[in-house]
Design a protein around this ligand. Structure first.
Ligand code: COA
Ligand code: AMP
Length: 630
């Protein structure tokens, strides 16, 4: 099948296309309807189908002779560990962890929160939840207690799985105090926490509430896979929206398994037995889809890497892992490649390693800038493929196809729409469909393909308001861009208050809510400005209340600390200026887009609706004091 045939069929007859793709999954009962269109915009895939996600990721491979093949290779330069876990061992441990959850009272449909560093138990516990039909909600370890508390309050888990610490390049981060503080702040109180003790920092356990993981797992009886409906939730993953309240993206079981296994072959060209590596974190969607579920659905080996592209110990770390474990495809974020380029511009470290098994470098999480694309291609002499997706979608919306048809690459473009995604560029004001090379809002005509979010957790209304109501009949991606005359998709950046910092999705609105809590701050704005390494970093602007006498520098230090404490170090919020006024329209809307352009030295026109054009000069002068707009 060519790409053109696949794409056409996926839009004209999604039932045929995805019904065929679903044959790659084992079902306890086949579906009644491939696509249930009865309640738009809430489309559901594989209605009536019954399966188990963990069975498809683990057990079936053991039953079919892959028991001795590695399922997970845990490679942790920060602890000097390499541990290989076969499919059989994975099955045994997952069944025991599932049994441990059952002993703690977890039942099908219950939520379980997972707050873990990149250790095997993180992936195993996700699979254990799937095994018993519990709904996991993984929270990225870099988030601060307040962010964790918001997620506890929304997901309402009775059980939390965590570890005593995470390990960053230069420091050990005890997780337990963060977890304790989050439970303290949260309104909902989980009653049981199971802590995986790591020797680098052993946690104190609260009697009655906290349990030692090793003891609980050892004492448990293995639990079997539980049958669930294709439309039952597999997990909730919170992601940044435009406000401080994150969106709980829901993933189903059936559509998720079908789309992910299709993507493994056709996008990444991965077959059973291959080694695949997504250098991300289980706390992000890339980690859910491509560290844990998709490679295992395929019967491939996945690498779980606890390290960084640089500093663990050097910029050759990625090339070392690829050569040592015979990795066929690596998926990471452009920022990781920029970090390597910065420390090893000539690629000297690559020369020590044999990359003969390596086929393709895949990048996503932010736009792949042409410089990084050319540097990576020249160095690796292999295809470097950009693909564009979101937490909401679980897999790529646009990309290239290593296992279907490799399109010539156009630097700066994510290439072609994936099957099932009817991408339309709309005029932001008139909602008319725009033609080739015209910049607009990127939308996808409904229905979305399998694995995409059916709704937000307990919030159908917010799902409709955020994604569907702005352009009825279309899913609003939140990104802007265009499609060229040959169908190549160019994603140019967010059109809302979401920013991407080192591939991490964050909300400037959420940061503004933190700044506004400072007692001396009257008004504030946060914008994402361009950064050579991280793609974007947030910059804060604060207007002080009248009569404040505290030195400005102290207030700046305080708000920077507040964001670090309330959101997390991962926000990379390090620059803030005090200004007399914010530039606004006459109706009072802060002109964040214009402020960003000033910081990035981009050309801008003074909006006709501006209240006082002099405020823009004031912003320019303030930015110069912190090294921007020069
Ligand atoms: N737990 C606790 N803290 C964490 C953390 C975690 N899981 N992850 C990051 N942090 C902290 C870091 O220690 C750092 O703290 P600091 O301000 O005290 O130095 C801060 O959050 C920012 O982290 P990071 O964004 O990772 O920046 P960095 O300067 O340490 O490293 C890169 C830069 C480019 C090497 C790194 O961002 C990277 O590897 N990015 C790839 C991102 C990625 O894979 N994204 C997933 C989408 S595919
Ligand atoms: P997340 O939900 O964390 O995966 O972030 C999704 C957002 O990251 C998208 O809406 C885009 O703004 C951005 N993004 C991800 N991949 C790409 C890409 N390949 N090109 C451009 N932007 C991207």
């Amino acid at each position: 099948m060519t790409y053109a045939e696949a794409y056409r069929e996926s839009l004209e007859s999604p039932e045929t296309f995805w019904g065929r793709a679903a044959e790659a999954i084992d079902w306890d009962k086949k579906w009644d309807l491939v696509l249930d269109r009865s309640n738009p915009p809430f489309y559901r895939w594989f209605r009536g189908g019954v399966l188990n996600t963990c069975y498809n990721a683990v057990d079936r491979h053991v039953e079919r002779g892959r028991g001795d093949q590695d399922a997970i290779i845990y490679d942790s330069p920060v602890t000097n560990t390499i541990q290989k876990i076969t499919f059989r061992e994975t099955q045994n441990r997952v069944a025991k962890i599932a049994g441990m959850l059952v002993n703690l009272g977890v039942k099908k449909g219950d939520t379980v929160l997972i707050y873990m560093p990149m250790i095997p138990e993180a992936a195993l516990s996700m699979l254990a939840c799937a095994r018993i039909g519990a709904v996991h909600s993984v929270v990225f370890g870099g988030f601060a207690p307040r962010e964790l508390a918001v997620r506890i309050d929304d997901a309402k888990p009775d059980v939390i799985l965590s570890a005593s610490c995470g390990i960053e390049v230069k420091r050990v981060i005890p997780y337990k105090p963060l977890l304790d503080e989050a439970i303290e702040i949260a309104g909902h109180k989980p009653t049981k926490c199971v802590i995986c003790q790591r020797p680098m920092s052993v946690a104190d356990l609260k009697p009655g509430r906290d349990f030692d993981w090793e003891e609980k797992e050892a004492a448990a009886k293995p639990a079997d896979c539980v049958k669930v409906q294709a439309t039952d939730p597999l997990y909730i993953l919170y992601t940044s929206g435009t406000t401080g309240k994150p969106k709980g993206v829901v993933r189903d079981n059936g559509g998720h398994a079908v789309a992910l296994i299709w993507s493994m072959k056709h996008i990444y060209n991965i077959e059973p037995g291959d080694v695949y590596w997504a250098a991300s974190d289980v706390g992000w969607v890339v980690g859910h889809s491509y560290i844990v579920y998709a490679p295992l659905f395929m019967g491939a080996t996945t690498v779980l890497f606890e390290g960084k592209p640089v500093g663990t110990p050097d910029p050759g770390a990625f090339w070392r892992v690829i050569s040592q474990h015979k990795v066929k495809a690596l998926f990471t974020a452009p920022t990781a490649i920029r970090a390597i380029k910065r420390e090893d511009p000539k690629g000297v470290f690559l020369k020590d390693y044999d990359l003969s098994n390596f086929e393709t470098l895949f990048l996503a999480g932010e736009r792949l800038d042409p410089d990084t694309y050319f540097w990576g291609t020249d160095l690796l002499k292999k295809p470097v493929i950009d693909h564009w997706w979101q937490t909401e979608t679980a897999w790529a919306i646009a990309g290239n196809f290593r296992g279907l048809e490799l399109f010539p690459i156009r630097p700066g473009s994510a290439t072609m729409p994936m099957p099932g995604y009817n991408i339309k560029i709309l005029d932001p004001v008139t909602a008319e469909e725009l033609g080739p090379n015209q910049n607009g809002v990127i939308t996808v005509k409904l229905p979305l393909p399998p694995a995409n979010l059916p709704t937000l957790w307990n919030d159908d209304k917010r799902f409709e308001e955020s994604y569907v109501n702005p352009f009825p009949g279309y899913y609003l991606t939140g990104d802007g861009g265009y499609i060229d005359e040959d169908g190549y998709v160019f994603v140019m950046g967010r059109i809302d208050d979401v920013i991407n910092v080192a591939g991490h999705r964050l909300s400037t609105g959420g940061m503004e809510e933190v700044l506004a809590r400072h007692p001396d701050v009257a008004e504030c704005a946060v914008v994402g400005v361009a950064d050579d390494l991280k793609g974007q970093v947030p910059v804060g602007f604060v207007v002080l209340k009248a009569g404040v006498t505290k030195p400005k520098e102290e207030i700046v230090d305080e708000v920077i600390k507040m964001v670090r404490n309330d959101i997390g170090a991962v926000a990379s919020f390090k620059k803030t200026v005090v200004v007399d006024r914010l530039p606004k329209t006459r109706s009072g809307k802060v002109l964040r887009g214009t402020m960003r352009k000033i910081a990035d030295n981009e050309a801008y026109s003074v909006p006709s609706t501006i209240d006082d054009p002099a405020t823009l000069d004031e912003i320019g002068s303030a930015l110069k004091t912190i090294g921007y707009a020069v």
